[in-house]
Design a protein around this ligand. Sequence first.
Ligand SMILES: O=C(O)CCC(=O)C(=O)O
Ligand SMILES: [Fe+2]
Length: 294
Amino acid sequence: MEETTSLVERYREDGFVVVDGLLPQAIVDQARHGVSRHHAGERDVELPNGLGYLDWRPGDPPGIRVNDYVSLQNEDVHTLVAFPQLAAMAAVLSESPNIRLFHDQIIYKDPAVAIHSAEVTEIGFHTDRAYWQTCSSDQMLTAWVPLTPCSEETGALSFVRGSHRWPGNDNLANFFAPAHGAALREVIAPSGVVPEVVTLELEPGQVSFHHCRTIHGSAPNRSQAARCAITVHFQDAANDYVLPPPGRHSVHVNDLLSRKRLDGTPDYADTFVSPILFEGTAAEAVQLIGLDSA
Ligand SMILES: O=C(O)CCC(=O)C(=O)O
Ligand SMILES: [Fe+2]
Protein backbone atom coordinates (compact mmCIF):
# COMPACT_ATOMS: atom_id res chain seq x y z
CA MET A 1 0.00 0.00 0.00
CA GLU A 2 2.86 2.31 -0.87
CA GLU A 3 0.96 5.10 -2.59
CA THR A 4 -1.78 5.15 0.04
CA THR A 5 0.80 5.18 2.85
CA SER A 6 2.43 8.29 1.46
CA LEU A 7 -0.97 9.99 1.10
CA VAL A 8 -1.72 9.22 4.75
CA GLU A 9 1.66 10.56 5.83
CA ARG A 10 1.13 13.79 3.88
CA TYR A 11 -2.38 14.17 5.38
CA ARG A 12 -1.00 13.68 8.91
CA GLU A 13 1.76 16.18 8.33
CA ASP A 14 -0.07 18.89 6.33
CA GLY A 15 -3.73 18.38 7.34
CA PHE A 16 -4.76 18.07 3.68
CA VAL A 17 -3.93 15.90 0.70
CA VAL A 18 -4.88 15.63 -2.99
CA VAL A 19 -5.95 12.25 -4.35
CA ASP A 20 -6.01 11.53 -8.09
CA GLY A 21 -7.82 8.71 -9.82
CA LEU A 22 -10.52 8.20 -7.18
CA LEU A 23 -13.56 9.47 -9.06
CA PRO A 24 -14.51 8.44 -12.61
CA GLN A 25 -15.31 11.38 -14.89
CA ALA A 26 -18.81 9.99 -15.52
CA ILE A 27 -19.65 10.33 -11.80
CA VAL A 28 -18.41 13.94 -11.82
CA ASP A 29 -20.42 14.71 -14.99
CA GLN A 30 -23.54 13.18 -13.49
CA ALA A 31 -23.13 15.28 -10.33
CA ARG A 32 -22.71 18.43 -12.42
CA HIS A 33 -25.98 17.58 -14.16
CA GLY A 34 -27.56 17.05 -10.73
CA VAL A 35 -26.38 20.47 -9.56
CA SER A 36 -27.96 22.10 -12.63
CA ARG A 37 -31.27 20.39 -11.86
CA HIS A 38 -31.06 21.37 -8.21
CA HIS A 39 -30.25 24.99 -9.05
CA ALA A 40 -33.23 25.02 -11.41
CA GLY A 41 -35.46 24.14 -8.45
CA GLU A 42 -35.96 20.37 -9.05
CA ARG A 43 -36.01 18.14 -5.97
CA ASP A 44 -36.03 14.31 -6.17
CA VAL A 45 -36.70 14.16 -2.41
CA GLU A 46 -38.20 17.01 -0.37
CA LEU A 47 -36.59 17.84 2.98
CA PRO A 48 -38.63 19.58 5.69
CA ASN A 49 -38.56 23.39 5.36
CA GLY A 50 -37.71 25.89 8.04
CA LEU A 51 -34.79 24.06 9.65
CA GLY A 52 -32.36 26.79 8.64
CA TYR A 53 -30.28 24.92 6.10
CA LEU A 54 -28.93 26.91 3.15
CA ASP A 55 -30.95 26.39 -0.01
CA TRP A 56 -30.20 28.76 -2.90
CA ARG A 57 -33.20 28.96 -5.25
CA PRO A 58 -33.78 30.60 -8.68
CA GLY A 59 -34.44 34.29 -8.04
CA ASP A 60 -32.10 34.44 -5.02
CA PRO A 61 -29.19 36.88 -5.45
CA PRO A 62 -26.15 35.67 -7.40
CA GLY A 63 -22.76 35.51 -5.71
CA ILE A 64 -22.09 32.47 -3.60
CA ARG A 65 -24.82 29.88 -3.94
CA VAL A 66 -24.75 27.35 -1.09
CA ASN A 67 -27.09 24.37 -1.06
CA ASP A 68 -26.95 22.07 1.96
CA TYR A 69 -27.79 18.35 2.12
CA VAL A 70 -28.08 18.04 -1.67
CA SER A 71 -27.12 14.33 -1.60
CA LEU A 72 -30.30 13.71 0.43
CA GLN A 73 -32.41 15.54 -2.17
CA ASN A 74 -30.84 14.79 -5.56
CA GLU A 75 -30.08 11.34 -6.97
CA ASP A 76 -27.23 12.48 -9.24
CA VAL A 77 -25.37 14.23 -6.43
CA HIS A 78 -26.09 11.29 -4.12
CA THR A 79 -24.27 8.97 -6.54
CA LEU A 80 -21.08 11.02 -6.11
CA VAL A 81 -21.37 11.59 -2.35
CA ALA A 82 -22.04 7.89 -1.72
CA PHE A 83 -19.31 6.71 -4.14
CA PRO A 84 -17.66 4.04 -1.94
CA GLN A 85 -14.08 4.91 -2.87
CA LEU A 86 -14.52 8.43 -1.50
CA ALA A 87 -15.56 7.22 1.96
CA ALA A 88 -12.97 4.42 1.86
CA MET A 89 -10.26 7.06 1.40
CA ALA A 90 -11.73 9.01 4.33
CA ALA A 91 -11.60 5.81 6.41
CA VAL A 92 -7.93 5.28 5.57
CA LEU A 93 -7.00 8.90 6.34
CA SER A 94 -8.87 9.02 9.64
CA GLU A 95 -7.94 5.40 10.54
CA SER A 96 -11.58 4.62 11.16
CA PRO A 97 -13.39 1.27 10.71
CA ASN A 98 -16.39 3.07 9.25
CA ILE A 99 -17.39 6.41 7.80
CA ARG A 100 -20.79 8.08 8.11
CA LEU A 101 -21.98 11.11 6.20
CA PHE A 102 -22.28 14.23 8.35
CA HIS A 103 -23.26 16.89 5.85
CA ASP A 104 -22.72 17.91 2.22
CA GLN A 105 -22.87 21.24 0.42
CA ILE A 106 -22.78 22.51 -3.15
CA ILE A 107 -20.65 25.66 -3.16
CA TYR A 108 -21.03 27.58 -6.40
CA LYS A 109 -19.43 30.93 -7.20
CA ASP A 110 -21.14 32.86 -9.95
CA PRO A 111 -18.92 34.27 -12.74
CA ALA A 112 -17.55 37.73 -11.96
CA VAL A 113 -19.58 39.19 -14.82
CA ALA A 114 -22.89 38.18 -13.17
CA ILE A 115 -22.33 40.11 -9.93
CA HIS A 116 -21.53 43.67 -8.87
CA SER A 117 -18.25 42.68 -7.23
CA ALA A 118 -16.31 39.44 -7.48
CA GLU A 119 -15.18 39.99 -3.88
CA VAL A 120 -18.49 38.67 -2.53
CA THR A 121 -17.53 35.16 -3.63
CA GLU A 122 -14.53 34.96 -1.28
CA ILE A 123 -14.84 32.37 1.50
CA GLY A 124 -13.08 33.31 4.73
CA PHE A 125 -10.44 31.25 6.47
CA HIS A 126 -12.15 28.89 8.88
CA THR A 127 -11.97 25.40 10.31
CA ASP A 128 -14.85 22.98 9.79
CA ARG A 129 -14.43 21.99 13.44
CA ALA A 130 -15.68 25.47 14.44
CA TYR A 131 -19.08 24.52 13.01
CA TRP A 132 -19.12 21.09 14.62
CA GLN A 133 -18.98 21.85 18.32
CA THR A 134 -21.68 19.27 19.02
CA CYS A 135 -19.35 16.57 17.66
CA SER A 136 -17.27 14.52 20.08
CA SER A 137 -14.62 13.67 17.49
CA ASP A 138 -11.84 15.96 16.42
CA GLN A 139 -10.79 13.58 13.64
CA MET A 140 -13.70 14.28 11.28
CA LEU A 141 -12.73 15.22 7.75
CA THR A 142 -13.94 16.65 4.47
CA ALA A 143 -13.62 15.60 0.83
CA TRP A 144 -13.69 18.62 -1.46
CA VAL A 145 -14.70 17.67 -5.00
CA PRO A 146 -14.38 20.28 -7.75
CA LEU A 147 -16.93 19.97 -10.55
CA THR A 148 -15.31 22.77 -12.59
CA PRO A 149 -11.62 23.65 -13.00
CA CYS A 150 -10.46 25.40 -9.83
CA SER A 151 -7.53 27.79 -10.25
CA GLU A 152 -6.25 30.89 -8.47
CA GLU A 153 -8.50 32.88 -10.81
CA THR A 154 -11.71 30.91 -10.26
CA GLY A 155 -11.34 30.61 -6.47
CA ALA A 156 -9.46 27.43 -5.64
CA LEU A 157 -9.32 26.23 -2.06
CA SER A 158 -6.31 27.34 0.03
CA PHE A 159 -5.03 25.62 3.17
CA VAL A 160 -2.73 26.66 6.00
CA ARG A 161 -0.21 23.84 6.04
CA GLY A 162 -0.02 21.89 9.30
CA SER A 163 -2.58 24.11 11.05
CA HIS A 164 -4.64 21.08 12.19
CA ARG A 165 -1.88 20.52 14.76
CA TRP A 166 -2.03 24.08 16.13
CA PRO A 167 -4.04 25.16 19.18
CA GLY A 168 -6.69 27.84 18.94
CA ASN A 169 -8.48 26.85 15.71
CA ASP A 170 -11.67 25.43 17.11
CA ASN A 171 -13.64 28.69 17.00
CA LEU A 172 -12.47 29.98 13.63
CA ALA A 173 -15.95 30.30 12.07
CA ASN A 174 -15.27 32.87 9.35
CA PHE A 175 -16.76 31.08 6.32
CA PHE A 176 -19.06 34.04 5.54
CA ALA A 177 -16.78 36.68 7.10
CA PRO A 178 -13.83 36.87 4.76
CA ALA A 179 -10.96 39.00 5.93
CA HIS A 180 -8.10 36.80 4.95
CA GLY A 181 -5.30 38.57 6.77
CA ALA A 182 -7.33 39.45 9.86
CA ALA A 183 -8.73 35.94 10.21
CA LEU A 184 -5.27 34.50 9.96
CA ARG A 185 -4.00 36.83 12.69
CA GLU A 186 -6.63 35.32 15.03
CA VAL A 187 -4.86 32.02 14.66
CA ILE A 188 -2.39 31.11 17.33
CA ALA A 189 0.47 29.69 15.31
CA PRO A 190 3.09 27.95 17.42
CA SER A 191 5.93 30.23 18.35
CA GLY A 192 8.23 30.91 15.43
CA VAL A 193 5.88 29.41 12.81
CA VAL A 194 4.81 31.69 9.96
CA PRO A 195 1.51 30.46 8.44
CA GLU A 196 2.13 28.96 4.98
CA VAL A 197 -0.90 29.22 2.71
CA VAL A 198 -1.06 26.57 -0.03
CA THR A 199 -3.54 27.04 -2.89
CA LEU A 200 -4.52 23.83 -4.68
CA GLU A 201 -5.35 24.16 -8.35
CA LEU A 202 -7.52 21.12 -9.12
CA GLU A 203 -9.33 19.70 -12.14
CA PRO A 204 -12.68 17.89 -11.98
CA GLY A 205 -11.98 14.27 -11.00
CA GLN A 206 -9.30 15.22 -8.47
CA VAL A 207 -10.33 15.32 -4.81
CA SER A 208 -8.73 17.02 -1.84
CA PHE A 209 -9.29 15.82 1.72
CA HIS A 210 -8.81 18.03 4.76
CA HIS A 211 -8.81 17.49 8.51
CA CYS A 212 -11.56 19.27 10.47
CA ARG A 213 -8.97 21.44 12.28
CA THR A 214 -7.11 22.54 9.13
CA ILE A 215 -7.57 26.25 8.38
CA HIS A 216 -8.86 26.85 4.83
CA GLY A 217 -10.75 29.34 2.67
CA SER A 218 -11.04 30.35 -0.98
CA ALA A 219 -10.38 33.46 -3.05
CA PRO A 220 -13.12 35.18 -5.09
CA ASN A 221 -14.03 33.89 -8.54
CA ARG A 222 -12.55 36.55 -10.83
CA SER A 223 -13.15 34.54 -14.02
CA GLN A 224 -15.97 34.58 -16.54
CA ALA A 225 -16.97 30.98 -15.73
CA ALA A 226 -18.77 29.60 -12.68
CA ARG A 227 -16.77 27.74 -10.03
CA CYS A 228 -18.59 24.77 -8.53
CA ALA A 229 -17.56 22.19 -5.94
CA ILE A 230 -19.22 19.64 -3.69
CA THR A 231 -17.93 19.42 -0.16
CA VAL A 232 -18.60 16.16 1.65
CA HIS A 233 -18.19 16.18 5.42
CA PHE A 234 -17.56 12.77 7.00
CA GLN A 235 -17.84 11.40 10.54
CA ASP A 236 -15.29 8.86 11.75
CA ALA A 237 -16.56 5.95 13.86
CA ALA A 238 -15.78 7.70 17.15
CA ASN A 239 -18.09 10.64 16.53
CA ASP A 240 -21.17 11.12 18.67
CA TYR A 241 -23.41 14.05 19.67
CA VAL A 242 -22.24 16.06 22.66
CA LEU A 243 -23.88 19.10 24.24
CA PRO A 244 -22.40 22.37 22.93
CA PRO A 245 -19.87 24.06 25.18
CA PRO A 246 -21.59 26.78 27.25
CA GLY A 247 -21.97 30.12 25.50
CA ARG A 248 -20.90 28.83 22.08
CA HIS A 249 -22.75 29.19 18.79
CA SER A 250 -22.99 25.58 17.85
CA VAL A 251 -26.38 24.12 17.00
CA HIS A 252 -26.04 22.26 13.69
CA VAL A 253 -28.97 21.63 11.33
CA ASN A 254 -28.25 17.91 11.84
CA ASP A 255 -29.55 18.39 15.39
CA LEU A 256 -32.97 19.28 13.97
CA LEU A 257 -32.98 16.90 11.00
CA SER A 258 -31.78 13.72 12.74
CA ARG A 259 -34.04 11.36 14.68
CA LYS A 260 -33.78 11.66 18.46
CA ARG A 261 -32.35 9.14 20.89
CA LEU A 262 -34.29 8.05 24.00
CA ASP A 263 -32.78 10.89 26.01
CA GLY A 264 -34.01 13.42 23.41
CA THR A 265 -30.58 14.22 21.94
CA PRO A 266 -29.91 13.97 18.18
CA ASP A 267 -28.73 10.66 16.81
CA TYR A 268 -25.73 11.26 14.54
CA ALA A 269 -26.15 7.69 13.30
CA ASP A 270 -29.59 8.42 11.80
CA THR A 271 -29.63 6.16 8.73
CA PHE A 272 -31.25 8.81 6.49
CA VAL A 273 -29.19 11.88 7.47
CA SER A 274 -25.93 10.09 8.31
CA PRO A 275 -25.80 6.82 6.35
CA ILE A 276 -22.75 4.59 6.65
CA LEU A 277 -20.81 5.13 3.42
CA PHE A 278 -17.94 2.71 4.12
CA GLU A 279 -17.36 -0.05 6.63
CA GLY A 280 -14.39 -2.44 6.68
CA THR A 281 -10.76 -2.99 7.56
CA ALA A 282 -7.96 -0.70 6.42
CA ALA A 283 -6.83 -3.43 4.00
CA GLU A 284 -10.33 -3.62 2.51
CA ALA A 285 -10.44 0.17 2.15
CA VAL A 286 -7.07 0.22 0.39
CA GLN A 287 -8.14 -2.57 -1.95
CA LEU A 288 -11.37 -0.75 -2.81
CA ILE A 289 -9.54 2.50 -3.49
CA GLY A 290 -7.27 0.59 -5.86
CA LEU A 291 -4.44 3.14 -5.98
CA ASP A 292 -1.79 0.60 -5.02
CA SER A 293 -2.64 -2.11 -7.53
CA ALA A 294 -0.51 -0.75 -10.40
O1 LIG B 1 -15.66 25.58 -1.63
C1 LIG B 1 -15.07 26.40 -0.90
O2 LIG B 1 -14.49 27.36 -1.35
C2 LIG B 1 -15.05 26.17 0.60
C3 LIG B 1 -15.13 24.72 0.96
C4 LIG B 1 -15.01 24.42 2.40
O3 LIG B 1 -15.00 25.26 3.26
C5 LIG B 1 -14.91 23.00 2.79
O4 LIG B 1 -14.86 22.14 1.89
O5 LIG B 1 -14.87 22.71 3.99
FE1 LIG C 1 -14.77 24.35 5.22
